[in-house]
Design a protein. Structure first.
Length: 140
Protein backbone atom coordinates (compact mmCIF):
# COMPACT_ATOMS: atom_id res chain seq x y z
CA UNK A 1 0.00 0.00 0.00
CA UNK A 2 1.15 3.49 -0.79
CA UNK A 3 -0.04 6.40 1.31
CA UNK A 4 0.90 9.93 0.47
CA UNK A 5 0.44 13.18 2.33
CA UNK A 6 1.41 16.36 0.59
CA UNK A 7 0.86 20.08 1.08
CA UNK A 8 -0.97 21.88 -1.71
CA UNK A 9 0.31 25.43 -2.07
CA UNK A 10 -1.02 28.34 -4.11
CA UNK A 11 1.98 28.05 -6.43
CA UNK A 12 1.18 24.42 -7.16
CA UNK A 13 -2.49 25.23 -7.70
CA UNK A 14 -1.55 27.93 -10.21
CA UNK A 15 0.62 25.52 -12.20
CA UNK A 16 -2.34 23.15 -12.45
CA UNK A 17 -0.47 19.85 -12.87
CA UNK A 18 2.29 18.45 -10.71
CA UNK A 19 4.06 15.19 -10.04
CA UNK A 20 3.88 14.02 -6.43
CA UNK A 21 6.78 11.59 -6.75
CA UNK A 22 8.48 10.13 -9.77
CA UNK A 23 10.49 6.94 -9.34
CA UNK A 24 10.87 7.61 -5.65
CA UNK A 25 11.90 4.92 -3.18
CA UNK A 26 8.70 5.84 -1.33
CA UNK A 27 6.67 4.62 -4.29
CA UNK A 28 8.65 1.47 -5.09
CA UNK A 29 6.28 -1.45 -5.51
CA UNK A 30 7.51 -4.98 -4.94
CA UNK A 31 5.61 -8.20 -5.52
CA UNK A 32 7.01 -11.56 -4.41
CA UNK A 33 5.24 -14.74 -5.49
CA UNK A 34 6.55 -17.68 -3.45
CA UNK A 35 3.78 -20.14 -4.28
CA UNK A 36 6.09 -22.20 -6.55
CA UNK A 37 3.02 -22.93 -8.65
CA UNK A 38 3.09 -24.90 -11.87
CA UNK A 39 1.19 -21.99 -13.46
CA UNK A 40 2.39 -18.85 -11.68
CA UNK A 41 0.38 -16.06 -13.27
CA UNK A 42 -0.92 -13.01 -11.42
CA UNK A 43 -2.28 -9.50 -11.86
CA UNK A 44 -1.33 -6.60 -9.57
CA UNK A 45 -4.06 -3.96 -9.46
CA UNK A 46 -3.98 -0.36 -8.26
CA UNK A 47 -6.72 1.98 -7.12
CA UNK A 48 -7.21 5.11 -5.05
CA UNK A 49 -9.33 5.20 -1.92
CA UNK A 50 -12.94 6.29 -2.28
CA UNK A 51 -13.44 10.01 -1.93
CA UNK A 52 -10.23 11.11 -3.66
CA UNK A 53 -7.56 13.26 -2.02
CA UNK A 54 -9.06 15.62 0.55
CA UNK A 55 -8.23 18.41 2.96
CA UNK A 56 -10.35 20.03 5.67
CA UNK A 57 -13.95 18.83 5.69
CA UNK A 58 -13.72 17.35 2.19
CA UNK A 59 -16.03 19.87 0.53
CA UNK A 60 -15.84 20.05 -3.28
CA UNK A 61 -13.19 22.80 -3.06
CA UNK A 62 -11.26 20.63 -0.58
CA UNK A 63 -11.36 17.46 -2.71
CA UNK A 64 -9.29 16.30 -5.66
CA UNK A 65 -11.36 13.54 -7.28
CA UNK A 66 -9.75 10.25 -8.29
CA UNK A 67 -10.42 11.15 -11.93
CA UNK A 68 -7.65 13.75 -11.44
CA UNK A 69 -5.23 11.20 -9.90
CA UNK A 70 -3.22 9.64 -12.74
CA UNK A 71 -0.97 6.57 -12.43
CA UNK A 72 1.46 4.76 -14.60
CA UNK A 73 3.50 1.77 -13.53
CA UNK A 74 6.44 2.33 -15.87
CA UNK A 75 8.71 -0.53 -16.78
CA UNK A 76 9.79 -3.05 -14.18
CA UNK A 77 13.20 -2.57 -12.61
CA UNK A 78 13.76 -6.25 -11.85
CA UNK A 79 11.68 -8.38 -14.23
CA UNK A 80 10.33 -8.76 -17.75
CA UNK A 81 6.66 -8.91 -16.77
CA UNK A 82 3.90 -6.85 -18.42
CA UNK A 83 3.41 -3.24 -17.20
CA UNK A 84 -0.09 -1.85 -17.01
CA UNK A 85 1.00 1.58 -18.23
CA UNK A 86 4.50 1.73 -19.65
CA UNK A 87 4.85 5.56 -19.82
CA UNK A 88 3.14 8.90 -19.16
CA UNK A 89 1.19 8.72 -22.42
CA UNK A 90 -0.50 5.56 -21.10
CA UNK A 91 -1.33 7.02 -17.65
CA UNK A 92 -4.78 6.15 -16.32
CA UNK A 93 -7.04 7.84 -13.79
CA UNK A 94 -7.53 5.92 -10.55
CA UNK A 95 -11.30 6.39 -10.43
CA UNK A 96 -11.54 2.61 -11.02
CA UNK A 97 -9.15 -0.28 -10.36
CA UNK A 98 -6.38 -0.51 -12.97
CA UNK A 99 -3.77 -3.14 -13.83
CA UNK A 100 -0.39 -2.07 -12.49
CA UNK A 101 1.59 -5.15 -13.59
CA UNK A 102 0.93 -8.73 -14.59
CA UNK A 103 2.69 -12.02 -15.18
CA UNK A 104 0.99 -13.91 -17.98
CA UNK A 105 3.16 -17.03 -18.35
CA UNK A 106 5.65 -19.13 -16.42
CA UNK A 107 5.91 -21.21 -13.28
CA UNK A 108 7.69 -21.27 -9.94
CA UNK A 109 8.64 -18.43 -7.61
CA UNK A 110 8.95 -14.96 -9.13
CA UNK A 111 8.99 -11.29 -8.21
CA UNK A 112 8.53 -7.88 -9.76
CA UNK A 113 9.72 -4.42 -8.71
CA UNK A 114 8.56 -1.17 -10.27
CA UNK A 115 8.57 2.56 -9.48
CA UNK A 116 5.15 3.96 -10.38
CA UNK A 117 4.48 7.64 -10.99
CA UNK A 118 1.45 9.44 -9.63
CA UNK A 119 0.34 12.78 -11.08
CA UNK A 120 -2.40 14.88 -9.56
CA UNK A 121 -4.21 17.49 -11.64
CA UNK A 122 -5.12 20.11 -9.07
CA UNK A 123 -8.57 21.57 -9.85
CA UNK A 124 -8.78 25.34 -10.30
CA UNK A 125 -11.18 25.64 -7.34
CA UNK A 126 -8.87 23.76 -4.93
CA UNK A 127 -8.09 25.48 -1.65
CA UNK A 128 -4.80 25.43 0.23
CA UNK A 129 -4.36 22.72 2.82
CA UNK A 130 -2.79 19.41 3.69
CA UNK A 131 -4.23 16.98 1.18
CA UNK A 132 -4.34 13.25 1.98
CA UNK A 133 -5.33 10.21 -0.02
CA UNK A 134 -4.39 6.57 -0.38
CA UNK A 135 -3.27 4.57 -3.40
CA UNK A 136 -3.53 0.79 -2.92
CA UNK A 137 -1.86 -2.10 -4.73
CA UNK A 138 -3.32 -5.60 -4.52
CA UNK A 139 -2.56 -8.89 -6.27
CA UNK A 140 -4.63 -11.86 -7.36
Amino acid sequence: MIAEQDEITRERIQTGRRVLRKESAMFKSCLRNRRAALVATWVASVNASAGGFTTGAGTPAETIPNTDVLYWSGTATATTFVPGQVNAAAAQALNVSRIAFSKTTGSGDNSAVWNPTIVIDVPAQAVEGTCTGTVNHSVA
